[in-house]
Design a protein around this ligand. Structure first.
Ligand SMILES: [Zn+2]
Length: 435
């Protein structure tokens, strides 16, 4: 059982906090901790102080904090933000949620009748559907009719900004605010997954990185003449300790619902993969459209930004001034030019002829020196299954369609490596048969 008490607001002069007591029963905590063996792909940080001793404190609870000038927009009259924040935790541990504050009727209805039945299937090993125990209300939360979207400076968020701030977008859907949420989105600084950091070191590092990224988000907001709302939360450090990929959309929507006094529309930037799947064992972006529908309340509509591929988005944002200065796609969070996301972006920009416009983001000289190897990487990756393969194939097809000349040396190396691989496979088969 997860019990969420009545939310309340306080401030420390700099930040205003929306907080609710959260009690998680020991069987739920034990169930959560035992999931480490099942969710191999998530980076759990349960190896120190979990469940946190802080939970025993009478003042313990889940909080969302905003700069004090946004205090009036914190939504204290609903339990929505807290329920959405803890929902994945509840589902994977098969634990009911009891919420003292009323929950928006539409949201409670969507969770009960759509989301829980869709995700907690018997064939996936779930024995029962969880219940949300709370009062509901259909009275809309008063808001300022603001229209927001998150600004991580990635391809998806800059594309959403580009499209939905254009003058042809109707006013009630045109962006008025950007947001930046610090609640666990930066989760894998170097070596972080190898458990070499203490909890304090880990969160100090990620907080510092998050604040650096906040500066970039602020710069993009300034370039776009839009205010930036910063929200921070202890959702990761005191509760989830990982599984960001599985819970990203839940967390983003929870932060927006915490500030429901501001927004009437919020765009969730799509992950750009266009793959759809329904499972608690995969990233929440695979069913982000469903989450947007379910988390919509009587006063706040979540809209999935688009169904475009990253390649289509790149074709637009290659001309975007904010992208040319602040694009941030790197797995290592430092535009390394070596990880698959950097390589994919660089090679796409090269094929589109926009490489030099992104000098402020990437080390273009380093890329040019290594150009042949990057194209070998593209040719090899397009043959692979999974997201990387899908993206690489799209980029490769785009290059062919637009008559782009892939470096002949790269094609030669790729074909030679492919022949070598096939030959090895044949030898193995033959000798395998003899043995
Ligand atoms: Zn990188």
């Amino acid at each position: 059982m997860i019990r969420i008490g009545k939310p309340f607001i306080y401030d420390d002069g700099e930040f205003a906090y929306l907080k609710a007591p959260v009690q998680i029963s020991s069987d739920t905590v034990n169930a959560y901790m035992s999931l480490e063996s099942r969710f191999k792909h998530v980076h759990w940080r349960l190896y120190e102080n979990y469940p946190p001793v802080e939970w025993q404190d009478d003042n313990a609870g889940l909080w969302f904090a905003v700069p004090i000038e946004y205090k009036d927009y914190l939504c204290v009259e609903r339990g929505d933000a807290f329920v959405v924040a803890m929902l994945w935790y509840a589902m994977v541990t098969e634990s009911d949620i009891e919420c003292e504050a009323p929950v928006s009727e539409k949201l409670a209805f969507g969770i009960k009748h759509y989301l829980v039945p869709a995700l907690m299937k018997e064939e996936k090993g779930y024995k029962r559907h969880i219940s949300l125990i709370c009062d509901t209300t259909d009275i809309p939360v008063a808001n300022k009719s603001a229209v927001g979207t998150g600004m991580s400076c990635g391809v998806d968020s800059i594309y959403t900004l580009d499209v939905f701030s254009r003058p042809d977008i109707p006013e009630k859907f045109r962006l008025t605010h950007l947001t930046y949420f610090n609640m666990g989105a930066i989760f894998h600084p170097n070596r972080a997954t190898k458990k070499v950091y203490s909890m304090k070191e880990f969160y100090d590092i990620t907080d510092k990185m998050s604040l650096e990224k906040l500066q970039n988000a602020q710069a993009v907001a300034n370039m776009s003449n839009l205010p930036l709302l910063y929200v921070k939360s202890n959702l990761d450090s005191d509760y989830y300790r990982g599984a960001y990929g599985d819970t990203g959309v839940y967390r983003n929507c929870a932060c927006v619902l915490a500030t429901a006094g501001l927004f009437s529309v919020y765009y969730c930037s799509s992950g750009g993969s266009n793959a759809f799947d329904l499972s608690l064992d995969i990233g929440s972006e695979y069913y982000e459209g469903l989450l947007c529908d379910v988390f919509t309340t009587e006063s706040l509509t979540f809209i999935l930004s688009d169904y475009d591929t990253r390649l289509e988005k790149m074709q637009v944002i290659q001309y975007n001034k904010a992208a040319q200065q602040f694009l941030d796609v790197c797995f290592c969070f430092n535009s390394c030019g070596e990880c698959s996301k950097c390589l994919r972006t660089l090679v796409t920009l090269d094929i589109m002829g926009s490489l030099d416009q992104f000098k402020s983001v990437f080390n273009i000289d380093k890329y040019k020196k290594n150009r042949v190897n990057v194209f070998v990487w593209l040719l090899k990756t397009k043959d692979l299954p999974g997201d990387d393969g899908i993206h690489a194939k799209l980029v490769y097809d785009y290059a062919l369609l637009h008559g782009f000349q892939i470096p002949p040396e790269a094609i030669k190396i790729y074909e030679w490596q492919k022949r070598k691989k096939n030959f090895k496979a044949i030898i193995k088969k033959v000798f395998g048969n003899i043995v």
